[in-house]
Design a protein around this ligand. Sequence first.
Ligand code: PNW
Length: 469
Amino acid sequence: TQPSQAETRLGFPTDFVWGAATAAYQIEGAVAEDGRGTSVWDTFAHTPGVVLGGDTGDVAVDHYHRYREDVALMSSLGLGAYRFSISWPRVQPDGSGAVNAKGLDFYRRLVDTLLDAGIQPWPTLYHWDLPQALEDAGGWPARDTAYRFAEYATLVQEAIGDRVTNWTTINEPWCAAFLGYASGDHAPGRRDPEASVRAAHHLLLGHGLAARALRRKGVRVGAAVNLYAVSPASEAAEDVDAARRIDGLQNRFFLDALLCGRYPDDVLADLEPYDLGIEGGDLGVIGGPIDMLGVNYYNRFIVTGREGAAPAITSPFAAASPWPGSEHIGFVKAGRPETAMGWEIDESGLAEVLTRVATEYPPVPLYVTENGAAFDDVVSAGGGVEDPDRIAYLDAHLRACHAAIAAGVPLRGYFAWSLMDNFEWGWGYAKRFGLVYIDFETQARIPKSSAHWYSSVIGRGGVGLSSAE
Ligand code: PNW
């Protein structure tokens, strides 16, 4: 029999990495400062009708100016690691050629401040803010972008590499390729299925080239992919095939390439109308050695091949499908509780994807590089923010992580998404994922009850260790 929640004692390994994550365009602001160039997200967010409320990342949560305060907050919460992303156009305004020393300086100061606070810096080199000049030259559908990315990765490492051990190349190539170039929900907002599959291939190639350039003794390199548990809505053949297709495009396309140096035959067959732009040797580069894999997990997809089911929720203005060749597939709900994104909460999917990677692929240390939930948080009369739903979400998912570790999955760390409320892409500031509440008028930071809860989890090295939980 299962012990009750209050009695459960779920300790994590003592060297488990406890962190929180953010991304540059979602938090930095200061878009016109110190020589930063323009990214596709600047251009996109300033296009009318594509971001809820016309919101932009121009100011965001002003982290560029408040990073010291933010690091102090992380320190007060006891975070062991901070996953952030580096803005390519801040470092290299045109995406190639001239380097912007002031941009690099910002990340140098951030890294130094983190290290002084005893927090490991975990930079991600690409979290979707492609320099606009590279998009103008063809963007990710153009092969050259992969080579430019590897050059940029190298110059960042030359600048801060002496102080950084754990590097992530690309974040969620599925989103960057398919929301960016197929559905157009994300920057650059193109709706061209062939461009999107070429983008996916070139993002992976960029990862492989960058990993090859960055890896050396004492340096660990990985990529972060957004994985989903995928289930068919029924045992009907068209639903089972729908699950195969969505699992193929969302999970196996990226996992097989990164961990095995191949694309799945059935996915290539589904994408048959398109030219991915694969050249000889590419898959050897993409599948080259990595030291860790980042898994971003939010929810399960239940899919159907029958006519008439609703599309997945990918933006407030979703119009086209982000599933090239599988546009007909619908998404159904199980009737479970939902977050403010309309995403059903299902922590069993996290254990499922972690176990799947550990059992179906060659061994690689795993990190949950994002997991979290948006809820409609409000500041109470007393000035605090109570978010029991987020605590329950995180607690359930950490229990799933613990179960995976107990079953032998090499899970080495967990990063909550997100450290603080921020610019949630097409949803602007309307969706709050933070452990820390942000008053977007005053930029005041208010740790939510989930932040205090997570802090105690970190302090005790596990969930369910205090009677208050
Ligand atoms: C991830 N979808 O984005 C990102 O890595 C974060 O920057 C983001 O804030 C977080 O998850 C929460 O959304 C996604 O529509 C955005 O399928 C959209 C989708 C998936 C992930």
